[in-house]
Design a protein around this ligand. Structure first.
Ligand code: G3P
Ligand code: CA
Length: 288
C-alpha cells in the first residue's frame, strides 16, 4: 500500500478490500518497480510465444505480458498484430489470403505457421500459442500474467470468453488472482471484464486526463501509460485516486528498454516497468 494520500474509501469498500488478494505489489515483494517482460522476453525470443515465456523465466522475471485475439473458428490465440504477416510465415503458407488477419484464419491454419523464423534461425518451428497453451506455460514457470485483450472491437464477447478460459485453467481462484492483471486500451472492454468478474485486477492502457481518473477508477485498478509525456505529477495523481477495490490505483509504464529511461521513470515512483529488455532494466535499477 502506498503511503500517499488517498481519497477516503467507504467502510464497505474497506471491508471488501481486506477480503481481496493484493496483486504482487512492489511493497509486498520488496522490489520497486515490478518488471514485466513485454510480449515475453521479446528481445531474446520471438514475441508472444512460449519461447518468450521461457526466456523470461530464464532471466528470473516474474511477470510476462501478452496479447490475446480470436481466430475465425473462435479459438483464443496469443499474437500482437491484427495481421499475422509480421510475426509468422503466413504469406508463404497462404499466399492468396491478404491481408492475413488473425480473425480470418482457423486455429488449425494458424497452428501450421512458423512464428519463430522471422526472429532468428534458432526459433524455426516455434508456433503461435493458444491462450490455453500459454497459460499452462506461465503456470509451469510459476510466473505472473499481464494479459492484454487486443483489438476487442473485432471480437464481440472476447472478454467473457477470456475469463472462461482463465477460469477453466484455474487462473481465477484465490491462489492465482494475485498473479493476474487483465488490461486493454479499450475502456469499454475493461469495464466489461470488471462487470463480469469484479474480483479480477484490471489495467487501463493509455494516459487518461487527471480529471478522468475517478471515472476510470470505477473499473480499473491500474493505469498503464506509455513513458512518453509521463511526469511525476501524473504518477502522483494516479496514486492519489482510489480504485474499484478501495486501494490506490497503481501504474505500470511501457515500453522501457533503455537504462537511463528506466532510472528516470522508476524515479517517478511507478509500480511497474513493462520492457522488452528486463535484464537491462534490472541491471540499470540495481546500479544507479
Ligand atoms: O503492455 C503495454 C503494451 O503491450 C501496450 O502496447 O502495442 O505493445 O500491445 P502494445
Ligand atoms: Ca500488449
Amino acid at each position: 500500500m502506498h503511503a500517499r494520500a488517498v481519497a477516503p474509501a467507504t467502510a464497505l469498500l474497506g471491508a471488501v478490500a481486506l477480503l481481496l488478494p493484493v496483486v504482487d505489489s512492489p511493497a509486498a515483494t520488496g522490489v520497486r518497480p515490478a518488471l514485466v517482460a513485454h510480449r515475453g522476453a521479446s528481445a531474446r525470443a520471438p514475441e508472444n510465444t512460449l519461447a518468450a515465456v521461457d526466456a523470461a523465466a530464464g532471466l528470473g522475471v516474474a511477470w510476462v505480458e501478452n496479447d490475446v485475439q480470436r481466430t475465425r473458428d473462435g479459438e483464443l490465440v496469443v499474437v500482437h498484430d491484427e495481421s499475422l504477416s509480421r510475426t509468422t510465415d503466413v504469406e508463404e503458407v497462404f499466399p492468396g489470403r491478404s491481408p492475413w488477419k488473425v480473425k480470418d484464419f482457423t486455429a488449425a491454419e494458424i497452428a501450421r505457421l512458423d512464428a519463430g523464423s522471422w526472429f532468428a534461425p534458432a526459433f524455426v518451428g516455434t508456433r503461435v500459442p493458444t491462450l490455453t497453451q500459454y497459460l499452462r506455460r506461465v503456470e509451469l514457470h510459476h510466473q505472473k500474467l499481464l494479459l492484454e485483450v487486443k483489438n476487442p472491437e473485432l471480437y464481440p464477447g472476447i472478454e467473457q470468453q477470456t475469463l472462461k478460459v482463465l477460469g477453466d485453467e484455474g487462473w481465477l481462484d484465490r491462489r492465482h488472482r494475485g498473479r493476474l492483471i487483465v488490461q486493454s486500451f479499450s475502456a469499454d472492454s475493461l469495464r466489461a471484464v470488471h462487470d463480469l468478474d469484479p474480483a479480477v485486477t484490471t489495467g487501463l492502457l493509455g494516459r487518461p486526463a487527471v480529471a478522468d481518473l475517478p471515472a476510470c477508477a470505477r473499473f480499473a485498478d491500474l493505469i498503464n501509460p506509455s513513458h512518453v509525456s509521463l511526469s511525476p505529477e501524473y504518477v502522483s495523481a494516479v496514486h492519489a485516486t482510489a480504485g474499484p477495490h478501495g486501494r490506490p490505483l497503481r501504474i505500470f509504464v511501457w515500453t522501457v528498454d533503455d537504462a537511463a529511461l528506466a532510472r528516470s521513470v522508476a524515479g517517478f515512483g511507478v509500480d511497474g516497468l513493462i520492457t522488452d529488455q528486463p535484464d537491462v532494466v534490472r541491471q540499470a535499477l540495481a546500479s544507479p
